[in-house]
Ligand binder design. Structure first.
Ligand SMILES: *Cc1c(COP(=O)(O)O)cnc(C)c1O
Length: 390
């Protein structure tokens, strides 16, 4: 036997054991807010920082275990499970910056992060700049003396732009600026931002890690020192993950590697099929050679995921008709679960984002966002074909 590093699923399963669980093979659910102490001295012992057997807002054994599994895959020292992906990013920002600081983000982000950068942070006297993520120079130009944090997200929805993580992370490090990368769409299987130089990785566990369209949770992983700072503040901000959702997250992460293999396969198969189809004007998928940043994507990702966007030649009406004719695919907004979903970004984001931001992000009426699930590849292709051609 060679001494290669064990694979991701093996490491997740190994991170699963806790002597306190006795002989339970499946991780137990600690659906308890309160944990008792033997006496005053013991109470002081369990009320330690990042302790998980005192009061669930300060930590919970089931959530700790999910954090450990994600740290294992991301190569991180420490982690925190939050109530949602937005709970993770807002807790991180409010822990790391304050009034008078400057935060750099991207022009394209998950809609809630755009809202934080555009509206909420400025209302707390935190300066923000959003830059074109495809240009490392744009990040360099945006740095000010008071820049404390750079928020990255790659790949990004809907046009699947990529951020050069090693380049931006090393730029930030040389200027003493913390980097936080939302790696939700890549998952810890397709991309590991910490190995590429980032300080903190954030996930919406709601998506691929959960993987079954049935839980809401977020995660932050990074160095002990950074996670300790965030943990301290999360005690008061309170966007803490629920034990039951962490338990579902543990169920999800055990099959993440298997599911991502199929998501990656289905994503690429659909992208290639659509790119060759006469009804399709353009496909946005980092795994296609036609993607303008394909070489960069190949350098920092080991798979390209299940998410793709495409523009139909028939515009808005063709997009509505296509989505209406799909039989295996739900018309729904959230993604990352076992079954496929499709939506028009223009309909999804039209209400939340200003007209200028919608235009700036390249969201056109004929755009379809397709999140391939883990259905059998031939079935999914056949459904997409009939919806395009019937
Ligand atoms: C869904 C999502 C979020 C927000 O996560 P919630 O769990 O819905 O709060 C943040 N970033 C990305 C990339 C997402 O897809």
């Amino acid at each position: 036997m060679s001494h290669q590093k064990p694979g991701p699923t093996t490491r997740v399963l190994n991170a699963d054991h806790d002597p306190a669980d006795g002989n339970s093979v499946s991780p137990p659910l600690h659906q308890s807010v309160n944990f008792s102490a033997r006496d005053m001295a013991h109470l002081n012992e369990i009320a330690v920082p990042q302790g998980d057997r005192y009061y669930t807002r300060r930590g919970n054994p089931t959530s700790s275990r999910l954090a450990r599994a994600i740290c294992e895959l991301e190569g991180a020292e420490s982690g925190l499970i939050t109530a949602s992906g937005m709970g993770a990013i807002s807790t991180a920002i409010l822990s790391l910056v304050g009034a008078g600081n400057h935060v750099i983000g991207q022009r394209n982000h998950y809609v809630g992060i755009t809202e934080l950068l555009e509206k909420i942070l400025p209302s707390f006297a935190i300066e923000t700049t959003r830059v074109d993520q495809r240009s490392v120079q744009a990040f360099a130009n945006a740095i000010r003396p008071n820049t404390k944090l750079i928020i990255l997200e790659t790949p990004v929805n809907p046009l699947m732009h990529i951020t050069d993580l090693p380049a931006v992370a090393s730029l930030a490090r040389s200027r003493g600026i913390t980097t936080l990368c939302d790696s939700t769409f890549a998952t810890p299987l397709n991309q590991q931002p910490i190995a590429l130089g980032c300080d903190i990785v954030m996930h919406s566990v709601t998506k691929y890690i959960g993987g079954h369209h049935d839980l809401l949770a977020g995660a932050l992983v990074g160095t002990n020192a950074l996670i300790q700072r965030i943990w301290d503040r999360s005690l008061t901000l309170g966007a803490i993950g629920a034990p039951f959702n962490s338990w579902l997250g543990l169920r999800g992460i055990r099959t993440l590697e298997l599911r991502m293999e199929r998501h990656n396969k289905n994503g690429l198969a659909l992208a290639e099929f659509l790119e060759a189809h006469a009804a399709v004007a353009k496909v946005f998928y980092p795994g296609l050679a036609s993607h303008p940043q394909h070489e960069l994507a190949k350098r920092q990702m080991s798979g390209f995921g299940g998410l793709l966007t495409f523009e139909l030649k028939g515009g808005h009406d063709a997009a509505v008709s296509f989505i209406g004719k799909l039989q295996l695919v739900s018309f729904a907004s959230s993604l990352g679960g076992v079954s496929s979903v499709a939506v028009q970004p223009a309909a999804l984001f039209g209400e939340q984002l200003s007209k200028e931001v919608v235009e700036e992000q390249g969201i056109t009426p004929g755009l379809v966002r397709f999140a391939a699930g883990i259905e059998n590849t031939a079935d999914l292709l056949a459904d997409v074909q009939q919806a395009l051609e019937s």
